[in-house]
Design a protein around this ligand. Sequence first.
Ligand SMILES: Nc1ncnc2c1ncn2[C@@H]1O[C@H](COP(=O)(O)OP(=O)(O)OP(=O)(O)O)[C@@H](O)[C@H]1O
Ligand SMILES: [Mn+2]
Length: 269
Amino acid sequence: MTAVGNFLEEFADDIGGVCLFSPSSSMYNTFAEADAPVVVIGTENEVDADVFVELPLEFRDPTERIRFGVEGALGQDAIEEEMTLLCILGSFSDDADTVMRVRAGAFADSGVYDLFMDSRPDPSVVRDVLEVAVELGKKGQKGKPVGALFVVGDAGKVMNKSRPLSYNPFEKSHVHVGDPIVNVMLKEFSRLDGAFVISDSGKIVSAYRYLEPSAEGVDIPKGLGARHMAAGAITRDTNAIALVLSESDGLVRAFKSGELILELDPEDY
Ligand SMILES: Nc1ncnc2c1ncn2[C@@H]1O[C@H](COP(=O)(O)OP(=O)(O)OP(=O)(O)O)[C@@H](O)[C@H]1O
Ligand SMILES: [Mn+2]
């Protein structure tokens, strides 16, 4: 099978670095002596690798895992943007079964890594809220496009900088994002105005909040309206992050420290 051998040789010809996703120790040892940088990426550093990027969660989608891991590795200066990387991972099981070639620079500065790892709320809470926003964006509400605003983390301060538009259906309840019933509730209540407020640990604190942060110094792209402005501003005024589903263009955006750091189309997610 020289054709296969030749193909693989060419495939790996210009590789500048290797990313091993949750490798076995024998896999890691095989690469440890390589003359290119080797980065181990996973939820835990089980092989005691020198260069390790932590994933906040085990992304099931291999492309998401790679995007996140490579961006984290760039952030640690373990690799460089010009490098072509060989990524080895298990897509169908824990065993390595997938090899991908990616250009590191393709993942620079998307903001996803920072959004999860260096934010106040728990990474799994951010993921769960992002999933709700993406699902709402895909399906809409009874087929119609719907908008929604989720403010996650630093809930006490967020409550102080907002007021109720209606009675709070989550008053005295102890429900968390990620509970299946809660996703249904969030989707249902997103038909009405205002923002959801969610705590660092994922407790739904309130629905229907009208945010009144100071908008001073907030610089969000022109053309976005009041919902996006309020989202950006609350993340400058508090340590919360905000996730917005736009009713008008269908995109999901994340804001942190008053800035837009992530923009994705639910249809591609
Ligand atoms: N300060 C605020 N706090 C909470 N919700 C707000 C605030 N401002 C606007 N909204 C919500 O956003 C909705 C849409 O407002 P607007 O069209 O101005 O925002 P937008 O940024 O253009 O969002 P979209 O892209 O979804 O239209 C309002 O009906 C309201 O529910
Ligand atoms: Mn609008």
